[in-house]
Ligand binder design. Structure first.
Ligand code: HPA
Ligand code: ZN
Length: 334
């Protein structure tokens, strides 16, 4: 099954580029930028990757990104992810970035965007991976900060596919960002949002009704609400599920307790993704593998997950069909 998963063409729809910052690259970049990390070695840093919840992880995630200073840094980070994704047979990636994590510490929005974008263009030409960018608002900051960030993004609309919502969830409901999402939508940007990772099912409902998101990122807690599950299935709202993230952030207790198979059985449009792979112990294939082993997923389940990853993407109908045909060619006729 591991080799079947490895060869399966797939899209990744939930990956934070700052969460792909491998300790080795982080240390090398810190040295070249003259930045001191509060760890003596790569191993000491890795030993700190033992999280009790989302906030515990976010503290290290924001610390790690302070190493990113120049356009080249953002390029190198993104390029490293794309090469790693190519090895997992990722054909298309919709990548989150957190501009406020950078502009807050004096790095220009354009430095971030230019570096990431240059790597995405090279990824398409040299690796055959297409990419789209989704700019996330940090939900623990005021909506006014998100509004200013949207203003910056609107000057670069060609390179930004959509907006998302991430960071500390509980106490920061989607409704807090109603106005900025409405403005993004009016400007033609797609909308997605993290909801139901640590927050309640009600946040998933708000993301749908108030932010009018096209996908829910995570969505685990939606399972607490039967009516909501029925709606998600009926409306075929994609959920970008991140199994290893859920394990490492204690959203689920064990791999065998993960609700992915339950979600599939309830007819939900689920996809499997890596979230912050450098912090959570594996890229997208490792997430598929962990779930296949723990939940005894069939080849049919795995093909459904891969098909869903393209169906739930923001590619055109023709592009989706080309990828679905590649899955069929690989896995046999549907
Ligand atoms: N949840 C919320 N915010 C995040 C995450 C996550 O898993 N990763 C990076 N920012
Ligand atoms: Zn995430």
């Amino acid at each position: 099954m591991t080799s079947f998963i490895a060869g399966l063409p797939k899209a990744e729809l939930h990956v934070h580029i700052e969460g792909t910052f491998e300790p080795e690259l982080m240390f090398a970049m810190a040295a070249r930028n003259g930045i001191e990390l509060p760890y003596d070695s790569i191993d000491a840093l890795k030993a700190a990757y033992n999280f009790s919840d989302l906030q515990d992880f976010l503290n290290l995630y924001y610390q790690g990104m302070t190493v990113l200073q120049n356009e080249q840094d953002f390029h190198d980070l993104t390029w490293a992810y794309l090469e790693r994704a190519r090895a997992d047979n990722v054909r298309h990636a919709e990548i989150f970035f957190d501009p406020q994590g950078h502009t807050q510490r004096g790095v220009a929005f354009e430095t971030v965007l230019d570096g990431i974008w240059r790597a995405l263009e090279a990824g398409e030409h040299r690796l055959g991976i297409t990419g789209k960018l989704i700019m996330c608002f940090l939900r623990d900051l005021p909506e006014a900060d998100a509004e200013r960030t949207l203003d910056m993004a609107l000057a670069h609309k060609r390179r930004i596919e959509g907006v998302g919502l991430d960071s500390a969830e509980v106490g920061h409901p989607p409704s807090k960002f109603a106005r900025v999402f409405a403005r993004a939508r009016d400007a033609g940007l797609r909308c997605v949002g993290h909801a139901g990772e640590e927050g309640p099912a009600e946040y998933v409902r708000e993301a749908l009704d108030i932010l009018r998101v096209a996908r829910i990122d995570h969505g685990n807690r939606a399972l607490d609400d039967k009516t909501l599950v029925a709606r998600l299935a009926r409306e075929r709202v994609p959920l970008t599920v991140c199994p290893l993230s859920n394990l490492r952030l204690c959203v689920v207790e064990t791999a065998t307790a993960h609700p992915l198979k339950t979600m599939l059985d309830k007819g939900l449009m689920v996809t499997v993704n890596s979230d912050d792979p450098a912090y959570f112990g594996g890229y997208v294939n490792a997430n598929y593998d962990a779930m296949q082993t723990a939940l005894n997923l069939s080849r049919e389940d795995l093909v459904t997950l891969a098909r869903n990853s393209f169906e739930a993407s923001f590619l055109s109908r023709a592009e989706k069909d080309a990828h679905l045909a590649a899955i069929e060619a690989y896995a046999g006729a549907p």
